[in-house]
Design a protein around this ligand. Sequence first.
Ligand SMILES: [Zn+2]
Length: 305
Amino acid sequence: MSLPATPKGWAIRLTQILSAVQGTHGLPRFPIDVAALAQDFSRQVFPDAPITIVRGLDLSKGVEGMLMPHPNGRGEWGIVYNETIRSAGRRNFTLAHELGHYLLHRRAHPGGLKCTNRNMADWDEARNRIEGEANTFASYLLMPLDDFREQIKGRVIDIDVMTELSDRYAVSLTAAILKWMTITDKRAMIVVGKEGFIDWAWSSEPLIRSGIYYAARQTVVEMPAASLAAQDVDWDTGRHGRLHPAGIWLGAEPVHEMTVFSPGNEMSISLLLYPDRAPSRWEMAELEEEPTLDTFDKFMSGNAG
Ligand SMILES: [Zn+2]
């Protein structure tokens, strides 16, 4: 049997193997135990390069996980997470991400790979190929599309639904939201804040088509002062969210913002929901300050990057 060559191909192959094992032993399908899978599978399929270390290590701040050659020099590998991170979901997602690097990139990177917290949000393969591929693999392995679609069918998406999904699949809340963002036809954005600034943000494809997105991650953008993310709101207020008038967030539309803060408040995660229907050109023309047709066309065409 030939081996897959793509992130999705690998995820589907492992899902098939898992389904067979789970079926035989009557085990639940989710969440997926990446630690056990990585060791069992690599021993069988790559006996010369098995994964023999799966654990937490005291890694420096900002590093989420690593793929590393075993120090014994016998061709074995390790996948590790930063043990200072307490979230079981983040640890599991990181292990799946590192398993993706092992399957797809270890030959090109014999010295291993070190992945930052931000790399876990690099889901765009056009922008960062190997990090995007590792995330695609992790996303499809831990949250297979058929099941994910089944879970959200007919439901109004909010932070509670996303939290439930992150529990179901044992992934971080951001990973569950990003997964949804890659498949939704809703106009939505995830904004992760740190110390009063936007650390990174990601718009769904339909929102990008309306020209609403934060362009470069390098740009320093302050969190809007009137946003929930910039305020000291309690858990329930943040979770239920607030409908902001146009002008608080990007774009000339009202925005429903729901926000959760990580323990210790070092990070905020906001889910922004824009109205389903983008304003028409006519409506936009009334909102804008007499835009010339030229700049307006540029705005509408998106120029996503
Ligand atoms: Zn990585």
